[in-house]
Design a protein around this ligand. Structure first.
Ligand code: SF4
Length: 495
């Protein structure tokens, strides 16, 4: 085990001592999620822009090992000619930190910690405090400590001009009260790492402030959770869950008839107990009245912490793909799509293709408000297309509220997400059978890789095919849902 405790290890220990223990002794048990990969990518991209904005600094490389980085930092800091450093490396009392941006001054130094978030979060104060404790302990007094985060009101003008992307918060005074607690924490974590793995059960801390990569490991071997947990009751208030727990109820099937006052909760309870799905006739009645041609639409979008296309903001949801099944007459289906992996902004050509595909009449089925949100954002981006795009909004038929009102199946476990509904009506549409791209998060990663100039053409083609297969399954799912509602023979009787 490396005898240094890094800043990230201390932050892990603050989240959960068991996480720290596992990171040091059993790192192979960690499982990185797509969201963690995305957060990591955002961090790298914002860090790169921060260095571009604070140009002329010296990067302290880590390739030749920690001792070399420490020594190089020490030697360069002794030279007054060098004032700005990236990843300057310091150690104090066995704790190691690497400073994103460190500026040397005559009377004191300036530390800038760079984050891809859009605001200062509480745990960043610990993050900065650990760095200050080490850097000052190593003999470099800091006169200013800042956190640079993404300003999401920034609009990228293009030409790699990122002045204004970062907002700076002065944390110099805010983090001082944390400093006194750090020696105790360091001693506590050192002692913990010498002993047995702490016995800590999973809970809210496993996601706060970050999703823990040891979740799979820690959740094994714990008592099986109830099959239909009470917190699957949709939008159940805390007091209801507390009352149920107090009454010794942790599975929806244990709730007595008459206990729940909400009609929707009672419906979920009744269907969960009986195992009989319920479909009210209203969905089919409504859908059968709609005209043809019909369109089944789904977008895929991406967000960038650092905008790459002129006129866009950080974390703006930008569509890069859509899938559309077109039903010209009942059962007469064709499929079309849009996907641009050129790396150029796809928004304009996507909007134009959307208008061409969707024509000027016929219902457009979507699931949830996402499609409307995206069309609204395209209207804001392209005022000359706004009127025609606005015409699409008026034709959207959102299947989510219709499904929520009229259908429930025991296996949906309190959610009406499309991925919960589809297995109950179209089990052959199996997202897990798709290779690599199986959900919105993996679609974003695939797209980001596809537009990376370093990606070879064959891999780009492979990713495009996977993206198309995924998005196509979403709209086929909408087709199957509408068909299910329309052909179902009347209401399923209540038990
Ligand atoms: S999953 Fe939860 S309990 Fe396990 S190490 Fe992570 S934070 Fe701790």
């Amino acid at each position: 085990m490396n005898s240094y405790l890094s800043k990230s290890k201390i932050l892990s220990g603050l989240q959960c001592p068991k996480r720290l223990y596992l990171e040091v002794h059993n790192p192979e048990l960690a499982e990185e999620s797509d969201d963690q990969q995305k957060a990591f990518n955002y961090g790298n991209q914002v860090g790169e822009v921060a260095r571009q904005l604070h140009s002329g600094g010296r990067m302290i490389e880590y390739d030749e090992g920690l001792s070399r980085a420490l020594e190089e930092t020490r030697l360069l800091l002794a030279q007054p000619s060098q004032a700005l450093f990236y990843e300057a490396t310091f150690s104090f009392s066995g704790v190691l930190v690497r400073a994103d941006i460190f500026r040397q001054g005559d009377t004191g130094h300036r530390l800038i910690e760079v984050k891809a978030a859009t605001e200062v979060k509480d745990h960043y104060l610990w993050d900065c405090a650990v760095q200050v404790w080490v850097i000052e302990g190593a003999g470099y007094p800091l006169e200013r400590v800042e956190l640079a985060h993404v300003d999401n009101s920034f609009i990228y003008p293009g030409n790699s001009e990122y002045q204004g992307l970062l907002a700076y918060q002065d944390l110099t005074a805010t983090i001082r009260p944390y400093l006194d607690q750090i020696p105790g924490k360091v001693a506590e974590f050192r002692s913990l790492l010498q002993g047995e793995m702490p016995l800590i059960e999973t809970g809210g801390h496993c996601d706060d402030p970050y999703p823990c990569p040891f979740w799979s490991y820690c959740s094994q071997g714990q008592p099986d959770p109830p099959e239909y947990p009470i917190n699957a009751l949709p939008y159940a208030r805390g007091y209801l869950l507390e009352a149920l727990k107090t009454d010794g109820i942790d599975d929806i099937r244990q709730i007595p008839e008459g206990y729940l006052s909400s009609d929707n909760h009672e419906r979920v309870r009744r269907i969960t107990v009986s195992g009989q799905p319920e479909l009210e006739p209203g969905a089919g009645e409504y859908l059968r009245e709609l005209t043809y041609p019909r369109y089944y639409l789904d977008f895929e979008t991406i967000q960038f912490a650092v905008p790459i296309w002129a006129g866009t903001r950080p974390y703006q949801q930008l569509p890069f793909q859509f899938s559309c099944h077109i039903e010209a007459q009942p059962g007469e289906l064709t499929h079309t799509w849009f996907l641009d992996t050129s790396g150029q902004s796809p928004s304009r050509s996507l909007a134009e293709r959307l208008l061409a595909v969707l024509g000027d009449s016929g219902p457009i089925f979507s699931y949830g408000h996402y499609e409307k949100t995206i069309i609204n954002s395209l209207m804001a981006m392209f005022p000359d297309l706004a009127e025609n795009l606005g015409g699409l909004l008026a034709r959207i038929e959102d299947l989510l509220p219709l499904t929520r009102r009229h259908y429930y199946h025991q296996q949906m476990k309190g959610t009406w997400s499309l991925k919960a509904v589809l297995p109950t009506i179209a089990p052959d549409l199996d997202y897990e059978s798709l290779d690599e791209v199986q959900d919105g998060g993996s679609a974003q990663l695939a797209y980001a890789e596809a537009i990376d100039p370093a990606t070879p053409p064959e891999r780009r083609q492979e990713l495009s095919e996977k993206l198309l297969a995924y998005c196509r399954m979403d709209t086929l799912g909408l087709v199957r849902l509408v068909t299910f509602f329309q052909v179902a023979p009347g209401p399923v009787p209540h038990p």
